[in-house]
Design a binder for this molecule. Structure first.
Ligand code: DWN
Length: 410
């Protein structure tokens, strides 16, 4: 099965779904094209976004086979972002203190990637277990002594581990809850694997900034769900878990860190967010009805800006072979007629080509070698970090373009 189109909600199984955005048939955002595949047909799948009137979950309707999305050759390695490494270290040190973790504790991370987060516990002598289906990142984690099982986390795996006496004091799950095809099974697995005194600490992009800042490029086939606090609250309660605390994070364009426990102890951070979403109307379709028009305003504005720069004789490159970058260039139609190349620090991406538009991916050094007049920030969520890193490029007159929420030259 390459993909399946749902007609019911991923969380509550309701049929009361309304599509409010259609990004068309789209290439897979993290399926970078190899040089010897440039003339081969590229798989693409529908990318429609719907709202569930019964539980409020925003979701895409197409489920692409996870084996295609995440298994072999998955190019995303978390450790290529120094900001993300620091962000994760602070999170782990805070939890070691809050939960008084010791050598008798166990920390499990779901979608543990290359060990970027669990390594902080290993350094403190706290036992860990990583679970990630992508063979490259899992192998990289095992190489730095972060014990990692290269497989998908499922309710069945949770039951198997629990039967072996494996129970976690802390379960991490960063940028994974939105990715799993079996949303309910995944949450039920967390419940199965968590000690009664344990906590699941989950990070996921937050729906509110996505809509407020028109971050439509963060929509791609890996991201099946786009979470509001109210939709998350209903999802966890369905499985005897309680969303007791949230923290708002700036990472990835605006995320939530969720603290989920088997005991109900809902704090003000959650009750305030639920009240705000209710008052804003995020629990009804009207909140989303003009989003499609907002997206087309960005499409028109960015296309006009890039075309004007090209007509003025300027050269344009892009920074960040990000999944979000694939959505942006493919929905808007930004090809090699406008952008000469993309740069990215991830060596696993260099030498390949962007999905759909097939723009070549080079190391960041190409910016100083080729000195494009403008660089489109496809990884706009790391703008500060990238501009600091590329300060010499800007000092010599290079300019960055931020595509969302409004296309601007920085
Ligand atoms: O959910 C997901 C998010 C968290 O990460 C995954 N499904 C896929 C991925 O999405 P993305 O590729 O849009 O995420 P990033 O982390 O915004 O991508 C940034 C890209 O930019 C990476 O390819 C790394 C690269 N990069 C770089 O070249 N130089 C990043 C930084 C910070 C840099 O300095």
């Amino acid at each position: 099965m390459q993909s399946h189109t749902r007609t019911t909600c991923r969380s509550c199984e309701s049929e009361n779904l309304t599509v409010f955005l259609d990004l068309g048939n789209t290439a897979l955002a993290d399926r970078l094209v190899k040089a010897d595949e440039l003339n081969c047909p590229e798989p693409s799948f529908p990318l429609k976004v719907a709202f569930c009137a019964d539980c409020g979950l925003v979701q895409i309707l197409e489920t692409v086979n996870p084996e295609i999305l995440f298994a072999d050759d998955y190019p995303y390695y978390s450790s290529f972002s120094p900001f993300l490494l620091q962000h994760s270290k602070e999170n782990t040190l805070d939890l070691i203190d809050r939960r008084q973790l010791t050598g008798e504790s166990l920390v499990i991370e779901l979608a543990s990637n290359d060990g970027y987060l669990l390594k902080n516990y290993v350094e403190q002598g706290i036992p860990v277990l990583g679970i990630d289906p992508a063979d490259g990142p899992a192998a990289a984690a095992n190489k730095i002594n972060v014990p990692t099982r290269c497989e998908f986390f499922t309710k069945e795996l949770a039951e198997q581990l629990a039967a072996e006496g494996v129970k976690a004091d802390v379960i991490h799950g960063n940028n994974v809850l939105a990715h799993v095809a079996d949303t309910n099974g995944f949450v039920a697995g967390i419940k199965q694997l968590l000690k009664d005194t344990g906590v699941a600490v989950i990070e996921a992009p937050y729906l509110k900034p996505l809509i407020d800042h028109c971050e439509f490029d963060t929509i791609y086939h890996e991201h099946l769900c786009y979470f509001s606090v109210s939709a998350l609250d209903k999802l966890f309660r369905r499985h005897g878990l309680f969303l007791n605390e949230i923290k708002h994070l700036s990472i990835h364009g605006g995320s939530l860190r969720l603290y989920v426990e088997p005991v109900e102890n809902v704090g003000s951070s959650v009750s305030e967010a639920l009240a705000e979403e209710e008052s804003l109307g995020m629990t009804s379709i009207e909140y989303f009805e003009d989003f499609s028009q907002k997206v087309d305003v960005v499409k028109t504005g960015l296309t006009a800006l890039l075309r004007q720069l090209k007509e003025e004789g300027h050269s344009i490159a892009a920074y960040g072979a990000a999944a979000k970058g694939a959505t942006l260039i493919n929905y808007i139609g930004i090809g090699t007629d406008l952008v000469d190349f993309v740069v990215d620090r991830n060596v696993h991406k260099q030498g390949k080509f962007m999905p759909g538009q097939k723009i070549e991916i080079l190391p960041p050094e190409a910016l100083m070698e080729r000195k494009p007049d403008y660089v489109l920030l496809l990884a706009w969520n790391f703008a500060d970090e990238i501009r600091e890193q590329q300060s010499e490029y800007e000092a010599q007159g290079g300019k960055f373009i931020k595509p969302v929420p409004d296309p601007i030259i920085l």
